[in-house]
Ligand binder design. Structure first.
Ligand code: SF4
Length: 273
C-alpha cells in the first residue's frame, strides 16, 4: 500500500512509523503545517523532522508554507473552534489532494497519536475527505503508543515542543498556566495575610512577593526579630501575655516595623509592610 502520512512533527511520528512498519506498511511522510508559529518554532520542528527522517530512513515530502497571516485571518472570528473548522481541514485537505494527484492508495495523519487533539472530529473530517476525493483513509488509533513514542523521541534527543502549534495554543500552554499559578499564589497569600492580621492584630498588613534572599536566612531574620519584639515587651511590661501583646503590637510595629520585614510562606518569600 502506498500511504501518504500527514506529519505534524518528529516526536509524534515515532510511534506511528514504528507501528505501521510492524504491519508491513512503509508510510511516506508529508510535512504541511502552516499552523505552526512563530517562524523559529516552525523551522525547528520542520528541521527536526528532516533530521529524524534521515535517522530512521523514511521518505519525507516537504510542502513549505509558513502561514501566520493566513492562519490568523481564517481563525480570528471563531478562535474556540479553530482546530476543527480550519486547522485540521487546511492541513488534511492539502494532504489528500497531494495523495490523489500523486497516485497514493491511502492517507492518514500523525495527529491520531495525540490524546490532546480532537480525535473524533479529526476522524470524521478524514472520512469526509476520503469520500470527496475518492481515496482510502487509513484509520489507526495511534494514541495507545503516545507515551511510548514520546519517551523514545526524548531518548533520541529530538526537539520536543511545548505547545500544539499556533500562537493561541502557545498562549494557553504558557501564559494561561502562569496566570492561574499566580492566582493560586495570590489567594494563598491573601489567606495568610488575613491570618496574620487577625492573629497578630496588624490591621493594615499587606504581603508582597519577595524575590531575593534564601529561605534559611529569611526565616532566621524573621525569628530573630520576633524574639527582639518579645524581649521588648518583656523589658517594658515584665510578664509576657496575650493582652499585652495585643495592645503593644501596633505600637511596636509603628516604631520598629522596619525590623520585622520578612517571612516565608508556601515556598514563597513575602514581605510584611
Ligand atoms: S491548537 Fe493546534 S490543532 Fe488547534 S488550531 Fe492551534 S495548532 Fe491547530
Amino acid at each position: 500500500m502506498k500511504l501518504l502520512m500527514h506529519t505534524c512533527c518528529a516526536p509524534c511520528s515515532v510511534y506511528c512509523i514504528e507501528s505501521l512498519r510492524k504491519e508491513g506498511i512503509e508510510p511516506i511522510s508529508f510535512w504541511y503545517n502552516p499552523n505552526i508559529h512563530p517562524y523559529i518554532e516552525y523551522k525547528t520542528r520542520r528541521d527536526t523532522l528532516i533530521e529524524y527522517s534521515k535517522m530512521e530512513q523514511f521518505e519525507l515530502i516537504i510542502e513549505e508554507e509558513y502561514g501566520l497571516k493566513e492562519f490568523c485571518k481564517n481563525v480570528v472570528k471563531d478562535l474556540e473552534n479553530r482546530c476543527v473548522n480550519y486547522c485540521y481541514r487546511v492541513r488534511l485537505e492539502k494532504t489528500v489532494k497531494y495523495a490523489k494527484e500523486h497516485g497514493y492508495d491511502a492517507f492518514t495523519t500523525t495527529l491520531f497519536v495525540s490524546p490532546y487533539q480532537k480525535h473524533e472530529e479529526l476522524k470524521k473530517l478524514c472520512e469526509e475527505l476520503s469520500q470527496k476525493y475518492e481515496i482510502e483513509f487509513l484509520y489507526r488509533d495511534f494514541r495507545v503508543g503516545f507515551r511510548e513514542g514520546q519517551a523514545k523521541a526524548r531518548e533520541m534527543g529530538l526537539y520536543m515542543q511545548k505547545y500544539c502549534g499556533c500562537i493561541f495554543s502557545e498562549e494557553s500552554s504558557n501564559y494561561d498556566h502562569i496566570i492561574s499559578e499566580q492566582k493560586v499564589r495570590l489567594f494563598e497569600n491573601k489567606i495568610t495575610e488575613r491570618k496574620i492580621r487577625l492573629d497578630w492584630k496588624i490591621p493594615n498588613l499587606e504581603l508582597k512577593p519577595y524575590k531575593n534572599g534564601n529561605k534559611e536566612q529569611i526565616n532566621f531574620i524573621y525569628n530573630l526579630k520576633k524574639e527582639v519584639y518579645q524581649k521588648y515587651v518583656k523589658t517594658i511590661y515584665g510578664e509576657w501575655n496575650e493582652e499585652i501583646q495585643k495592645k503593644l503590637f501596633d505600637k511596636f510595629m509603628k516604631e520598629n516595623s522596619k525590623n520585622i520585614e520578612l517571612i516565608y510562606i508556601k515556598d514563597e518569600l513575602v514581605r510584611i509592610l
